[in-house]
Design a protein around this ligand. Sequence first.
Ligand SMILES: Cc1cc2nc3c(=O)[nH]c(=O)nc-3n(C[C@H](O)[C@H](O)[C@H](O)COP(=O)(O)OP(=O)(O)OC[C@H]3O[C@@H](n4cnc5c(N)ncnc54)[C@H](O)[C@@H]3O)c2cc1C
Length: 317
Amino acid sequence: MLVDSRKVIGSPIRCGEVTQTWIFKLLDQEPRPGWVRLELEAKGPLVVLDRARFELELSLIASAAGVTVMSSTTLVAIGPFDGQRRPATLEHGNERTLVNARCIIAADGVSSLTARKAGLNTRLPLSAIGSGVAYQMTQLSLAHPRRMTMEPLLPPWPAYPYYFWTIPNGPAQANVGLYVPGREGSRAQALLDSIIASQPHLARGRKDAIVVGMIPEARPLEVPFADGLLVCGGAARFLDPNTGGGISSAILSGRVAAEVVLEAFALGAATADALRPYRRRLEPTVYRTLKTRWRFHDSTVDFARRGLPWKEARDAK
Ligand SMILES: Cc1cc2nc3c(=O)[nH]c(=O)nc-3n(C[C@H](O)[C@H](O)[C@H](O)COP(=O)(O)OP(=O)(O)OC[C@H]3O[C@@H](n4cnc5c(N)ncnc54)[C@H](O)[C@@H]3O)c2cc1C
């Protein structure tokens, strides 16, 4: 069963939609028409998704494969694991349903409460939260219509890892946004407006929609499992602390979670012991990559604190 509180799965987006092409292989899917808006010019194969369409169509593919897909449905409570199952209370409108789940995969994003309801400490203090705000802009005249740019914020705004981005995502259009510490979130949109106004190639564009969201500045959960529960993607803090990118690690962890859950069921029950391989299997991929990215993050933050320029900090890796 796949449960999502959104009315339409995938919408609204809270993302710049840039990701690596290997995600399609992980999903055992060839990209369908409309999933990829644009291939970017970059060192690796980077694409910009139409994430709303991509996620909605993935849910339809899951549904066609036999998954019960429930939108507008929120998981509101979890009970204790009884050795076989965990009760989960789902809310759809005014209706509540109790589901006795053999395992719950918490893929509920950065603001996840599911893992915490099951007893894992996922508390994020304000100091460990970044705020992202962006516009979907059209009618732009970009010098490099397929090149993503990331620029540091200027003083008095804090330097690295916060930045201003332009992600082209179609003809004359881009996602233009920035990322600031959570405590500055209320000033983020005004800052974005002023940066856009100061750049003539952006200032003449049209702001069609706004995208906002939280980016955790916290290391991945060390133990992303408990009895009858696995934690994936943003809920497990699987995001690159330097870019805020988390689509690919969400998909990778989701896939490994599904494999481990099936193996646990084959053994009997999804106890914490049976789910332990989830952490182990993500070690050489998600955990190792994020460890390197956090090392880079920490050294560049230190560089920035000492007043060294962004480029030097970036090249210090
Ligand atoms: C402004 C911004 C820009 C970003 N740009 C990029 C980018 O360009 N590239 C990139 O790779 N990453 C980017 N990210 C990060 C990326 O969006 C996340 O890493 C990614 O979405 C994590 O995926 P997820 O499936 O774990 O969680 P989410 O995408 O957050 O999905 C969680 C889902 O769970 C549902 N949900 C939550 N609680 C419940 C509940 N109790 N019951 C039922 N359903 C629930 C929500 O409705 C939602 O659909 C960006 C983030 C922000 C904020």
